[in-house]
Design a protein around this ligand. Structure first.
Ligand code: DGJ
Length: 717
């Protein structure tokens, strides 16, 4: 059901899940200004809404252009907006400067309300058309994107930047940074006048990505403080920004970062910005729940129980042979693994990382009878089979690169600097796309493959299409999406993991079409504790690949206990990445018990609300998952270093229904006693109200550094 709106006479008040968004056009033909985005304003009559809109207009002061700076959904410099524009478009050499609102409609959809605005170039009938779409999801998330269509004249697109304002009580900022083996660590800053700008030019979402940008009340945390967040759903170059002006206008905005000349639209062509997913709530966990809900309702998502996964990478690396891998598969099946993923090294000349990428044909050298003997073993043992691929990458030492040097991204006649001995395929080149797609389809047709681990192991340098002679990241990103979609369309039920040097391609757009992420190449639980914590604000547990690795982590050289590794991986999509054939019977038996236990919790983890403890002490973190009905909860309490407090201070368990009484028990997936000094309640059991557990808390186990324990709670009323 669609309704036409006149936003100049009647403000639009969208409300959902405790959040209000009030929009009004200051005059006929003007794009609507966002008058309020924040806490619910309650029911407003039309006249109350109009009065509020009018009452928010500040006076004109000295040295001011006669008009209030207007933060519309696509801020327009011609309307006294001196911040980052919502659109930067050029027709010929003329910058487009004012867009005239022609049409506004509101449509009710099953899970959101869609506001669609169409605006045209105020100064030339031959100029571009702008289409703004804003979805207010029933759980509070606001997804916003802008598209531009060239009508009669070509249009150069420099940027389209969906924007929302935040109020001045948002005075602190949080975003993320990171690198290989340490993805997504937080950084905080004051929301000063100026622009806090995070730009990513790496051609993929990036290990260093901001991921999300949050503005909030001073001291906001997981459970407290009003917060506003933004995330750009895009797997190529992008930017996220928070901006504050001397007028105290504050905004969050984001979009794709386009290279000069990358998008020039011919008449009739259209460019769409990525969706920017804006969230508002109280405490970071509220923002996280909205992004999680988006993924948990996405079309085509896998709904069956998440299979326990074994990945062969850290078990055998490139040493593939049927006997070793069959032995590994047997051990895996014996302890309850349900999916066996053969990692890098099975194709072309790929005996190490210096050859073979681009040749997606099974190596007859290592697999003389093809993959069938291994797949038959795996499926015969009751597991499904998964295969690693890196479809956008090419080793110069490959048949593909030798035959088609013009299919690589780069200047003609000169290759970009290599990374991990590889270059990037111009996937937007139709011939290259078809060859890779057909090779992958041939594998999927020939073999019983239920899962692809899709890797992407380098940043893009000089990403120039040699055949089209233009910057290529935008087209590359769309071609990647098309390839994923084509494989999934041809093989319904196929699941795909998004991996990129570990967690380098983690965003809501790639996750709209894939089934989990590889969170990080670092599976040392001490590092993982923080990586998962901040990744987990965007990605729900069931989509976050968490594996148990060897006692001494391959990436850090640090040794941890099996319980620490298991418990740290427990609140995610659980698996192992370990050479099981060389482990002790005791360790295998313990891992088997843990897998059995995880299977009892996996549906809970895939549907529950994720919460985090605040003020837990310097080396301790608390992450919990509370069931939708509020009757069950599971918490992981990790200690990664010693704290000033000894014995450890109380733990307060967030997210519980205050009125219900919960029994609290230590859950030990392996059956071993939790390490450290335990208070009496751990022996006798404990039943208390949610209010008490959240507010007063209870004495914690004084855990040694490098330990994680699980607590399970079940409601008694
Ligand atoms: C990088 C990935 O993150 C690893 O898990 C592994 O698949 C290697 N690539 C294989 O080359």
């Amino acid at each position: 059901m669609s309704q036409r709106l006149d936003l100049a006479t009647t403000p639009l008040h969208l409300r959902s899940a405790g959040t209000s968004l009030l929009l009004a056009s200051p005059a006929p033909g003007r794009l609507p200004v966002v008058c309020h985005w924040g806490d619910d304003l309650g029911e407003l009559t039309e006249s109350e809404a109009r009065q509020l809109v009018e009452a928010l207009v500040p006076p004109v002061v000295s040295d001011q252009i006669e008009g209030t700076p207007e933060c519309t959904l696509a801020p327009d410099p011609s309307l006294a907006w001196f911040g980052t524009p919502g659109f930067e478009l050029t027709v010929g050499r003329r910058p487009v400067s004012q867009m005239q609102l022609r049409e506004a409609t509101l449509t009710q959809r099953p899970d959101h309300q869609l506001l669609r605005l169409v605006a045209t170039d105020a100064d030339a009938t031959t100029g571009p058309e702008l289409i703004l779409e804003l979805r207010m999801h029933h759980w509070g998330l606001v997804s916003h994107r802008i598209s531009v269509r060239a009508t009669d004249e070509p249009v150069r697109v420099a940027s389209l930047t969906p924007t929302l304002p935040v109020p001045s009580l948002a005075s602190e900022l949080l975003d993320l940074t990171g690198h290989h083996l340490r993805e997504r660590s937080p950084q905080r800053a004051r929301f000063n006048v100026g622009t806090h700008l995070r730009e990513n030019r790496r051609g993929r979402t990036g290990l260093q990505a901001a991921t999300y940008l949050v503005a909030g009340e001073p001291g906001f945390n997981f459970g407290t403080g009003q917060v506003w967040g933004a995330h750009v759903g895009w797997s190529g170059n992008q930017r996220l920004l928070a901006e504050r002006m001397h007028t105290d206008h504050r905004t969050l905005a984001g979009g794709e970062l386009l290279a000069e000349g990358e998008v020039v639209l011919q008449p009739g062509e259209q460019y769409q910005s990525p969706w920017v997913h804006f969230t508002h709530g109280h405490g970071l966990d509220a923002l996280g729940s909205q992004w999680h809900q988006y993924l948990r309702t996405r079309p085509g998502r896998a709904t069956r129980a998440r299979p326990v996964t074994l990945n062969t990478w850290e078990a055998v690396y490139f040493d593939h042979d049927l006997d070793t891998l069959t032995a590994l598969a047997r051990e895996a099946a014996a302890i309850g693994v349900e999916r066996f993923v053969l990692d890098d090294g099975w194709f072309g000349a790929r005996r190490g990382d210096d050859a073979g990428l681009g040749d997606w044909v099974v190596s007859s050298e290592v697999w003389p009878d093809g993959l069938r003997p291994l797949i038959d073993q795996v499926t015969g043992l009751g597991m499904e089979f998964g295969l690693w691929v890196e479809p956008e990458m090419v080793n110069p030492n490959s048949d593909l690169a030798r035959a088609h040097p013009d299919w690589l991204l780069g200047q003609v006649g000169r290759d970009p600097i290599t990374a991990r001995n590889q270059q990037v395929l111009d996937l937007a080149n139709p011939q290259a796309f078809e060859q890779i797609r057909d090779q992958l389809l041939a594998l999927l047709d020939q073999y019983d493959i239920a899962y692809l681990k899709w890797d992407h192991n380098r940043d893009l340098l000089e990403p120039i299409s040699r055949t089209r002679g233009q910057a290529g990241v935008h087209d590359q990103t769309l071609a990647f999406y098309r390839l994923v979609d084509a494989l999934k369309a041809a093989h319904p039920g196929l699941e795909i993991e998004s991996c990129s040097s570990g967690g380098g391609r983690v965003d809501l757009e790639v996750l709209s079409r894939t089934d989990r992420i590889w969170t990080s190449d670092c599976i040392d639980p001490i590092e993982r504790d923080q990586i998962q914590r901040w990744t987990g604000l965007l990605v729900p547990p069931e989509l976050m690949g968490n594996h148990v690795g060897s006692a001494t982590a391959h990436t850090t050289g640090r040794t941890t206990t099996l319980d620490m590794r298991i418990n740290t991986a427990f609140l995610g999509h659980f698996g192992a990445e370990w050479n099981l054939t060389t482990q002790s019977d005791d360790d295998l038996a313990a891992l088997k018990r843990a897998i059995t236990c995880w299977k009892q919790w996996r549906d809970h983890l895939a549907s529950g609300r994720v919460v985090h403890g605040d003020h837990t002490g310097s080396g301790r973190s608390i992450t919990g998952v509370v069931s939708p009905a509020g009757d069950r909860a599971l918490y992981c309490i990790s200690v990664i270093s010693t704290d000033e407090t000894y014995p450890s201070g109380r733990i307060r368990l967030p997210g519980l229904d205050p009125e219900r009484r919960f029994r609290v028990d230590v859950l030990s997936p392996t059956g071993t006693e939790p390490p450290g000094a335990a208070p009496d309640w751990t022996r006798d059991g404990l039943t208390m109200t949610g209010r008490t557990l959240t507010t007063a808390g209870i004495a914690s186990i004084t855990q040694p550094p490098g330990s994680a324990i699980l607590l399970q709670l079940s409601a008694q009323n």
